[in-house]
Write a protein that binds this ligand. Structure first.
Ligand code: GTP
Ligand code: MG
Length: 504
């Protein structure tokens, strides 16, 4: 299982110290909560993959892990929370609501069995320990879909992502410190609600540009001709729609990226084989008219009479869908001798997964320390509040105040300020909101200043000017809440200025 590790960075370490220091001074119940917070602080960043039912969450999880292990489509598991975490030996454990655990075998395909063979009503969640390297610094939590017609699964998910968390689900899911939100074409009002409900699952932290990314999944199913400006190009249409959804979902999420989870999964998890490549080559050899006919619809693709066996075509459709087949055929047309490996790479490129990984790195991985520390502080505050003892609450509050005034905690305050502004908890004029949120968009000073690629002296001058502006805004004209944010932003500009000056 996971080896005990030190907290991932200085901010987490500072919060861990705070917890360890307070633990002897609080009630046994709160102390037990602090022990849990300490345990979580030294675990990898916990990212929940959430979204509507059948939006392709599990498929995307498989793509990200690089292994087809999460059941998709059918089975009990799609109604359960499954945590994929790093382990030195592959194993699956079912955790029951009474805390009991039972080890389960993988099925013959190396997947979590679609049917667990236990009483699902008494299952809290499933833990999957896998040796895959991606999981070393990221625990991925697959969640059941929202918006199901099946009442039991609605209740379960609502309990997990929002609403009243029972203590066991809380320990299973409240660990989520960041969310990868999966939407498909057309964000609906309740998708935004679901993001807001993420607050509960993350122990009081709002979803915001610091801890939430969205993907527009199943980009291959978008009808390009219905999207103005796409010129009939599916990927272009997906980019346009993703940008539109970003306008709706921001600043609840850092960004919305188009992705084709199915292609990503097939390309990354060994699903796409050399015999699939052979099948595609045979399709490429069909005469033009037949090829065009079978590519018209999934039905025609699998039923129309032609030289390529129906079994081969059905498999290709399952793994790539029509768009993926078209992408592959275009690649073969361009380079008839293309290898199976190169074809796989080409499908991966067409899936958009690389950009999603890049975003996960720049938004989540590079700031894991701050995200974890902020989530832990929110848990500590919530635990103290739940204790019902005003003295205990004050003691914890004071300790947090002391921690936050230390210069090394600045990053934490900045993340907090970003979240307050993004969630609207502190109202600001729109241009200032955008300016504040820019800090959350990237660790690169040029991008944080909104001056990417500009010459060094310009960055330097701008950082100093904005530092001055925010300082006077903090002192004059701001409400008390705005003023607290403004002080943090002032300091952030000042630190960027110092950092840039050091680089000269
Ligand atoms: N065409 C296409 N189909 C996809 C894509 N991603 C997933 N699917 C299909 O959508 C169906 C549902 O995928 P899942 O990954 O099980 O979706 P889910 O969100 O985990 O579903 P629940 O857990 O039941 O809510 C499966 O048949 C997938 O093959 C995609 O990018 N394109
Ligand atoms: Mg699923």
């Amino acid at each position: 299982m996971t080896a005990p590790a030190p907290p991932p960075g200085p901010l987490s370490a500072a919060v861990a110290n705070l917890c360890a220091g307070l633990r002897p001074q609080v009630s046994p119940a709160t102390a037990a909560g602090f022990t849990e917070v300490l345990r979580r602080l030294s675990a990898p960043l916990q990212v929940a993959v959430a979204g509507r039912i059948k939006s392709g969450k599990s498929t995307l999880v498989n793509a990200l892990i690089g292994r087809r292990v999460a059941p998709t489509d059918v089975g009990e598991c799609t109604r359960l929370v499954t945590r994929f975490q790093y382990g030195t030996v592959d194993r699956i454990e079912v955790v029951f609501t009474d805390g009991r655990k039972q080890v389960l075998p993988f099925d013959q395909d190396g997947m979590i069995p679609a049917s667990l063979g236990v009483d699902v009503d008494r299952v809290s969640h499933v833990e999957a320990y896998l040796t895959n390297a991606v999981l070393q610094d990221l625990t991925v939590i697959d969640t059941p879909g929202l918006g199901s017609l099946d009442a039991a699964s609605v209740a379960r998910t609502e309990a997990l992502l929002g609403g009243d968390l029972d203590p066991v689900s809380r320990s299973a899911v409240a660990g989520a410190e960041a969310v990868l939100y999966v939407v498909t074409q057309g964000v609906r009002y309740d998708d935004q609600q679901a993001l807001a409900a993420f607050t509960a699952a993350t122990a009081g932290r709002e979803a915001g540009p610091v801890n939430a990314i969205a993907v527009l999944n199943k980009a291959d199913t978008i009808a390009a001709e219905t999207v103005e400006g796409a010129d009939g190009d599916t990927w272009k249409a997906a980019m346009i729609l993703a940008e539109r959804q970003a306008d709706t979902l921001r600043p609840r999420v850092a960004d919305v990226l188009p992705v084709i989870g199915l292609l990503a999964e097939s390309a990354e998890s060994g699903g796409f084989t050399s015999s699939d490549a052979d099948g595609l080559r045979r399709l490429a050899e069909l005469d033009e008219a037949t090829r065009e006919t079978i590519l018209l619809s999934a039905d025609l693709f699998t039923t129309w009479e032609c030289d390529v066996p129906i079994g081969t075509r059905t498999r290709l459709l399952e793994k790539l869908d029509l768009h993926g087949v078209r992408v592959a055929l275009a690649a073969i047309d361009a380079e008839p001798a293309i290898t199976a490996g190169a074809l796989r790479r080409c499908l991966l490129d067409a899936s958009g997964l690389d950009a999603v990984r890049g975003k996960l790195n720049s938004v989540f991985r590079s700031r894991a320390d701050g995200i974890k520390a902020a989530a832990a502080l929110a848990s500590v505050t919530a635990l103290a509040a739940a204790s019902g003892d005003p003295n205990e609450r004050r003691r914890v509050h004071d300790a947090i105040e002391v921690l936050l005034t230390k210069p090394e905690a600045h990053q934490l305050r900045l993340l907090e300020a970003l979240t307050l502004v993004a969630s609207g908890a502190v109202a600001m004029p729109l241009d200032l909101v955008e300016e504040v949120l820019r800090f959350g968009s990237s660790p690169d000073p040029g991008e944080q200043l909104g001056l990417r690629g500009r010459p060094h002296p310009e960055l330097l001058a701008y950082a100093l000017e904005r530092a001055g502006w925010w300082r006077s805004f903090a002192s004059f004209g701001a409400t008390p809440a705005q003023s607290r944010v403004a002080h943090v932003v002032h300091r952030a500009y000042f630190l960027i200025w110092q950092q840039l000056r050091g680089r000269r």
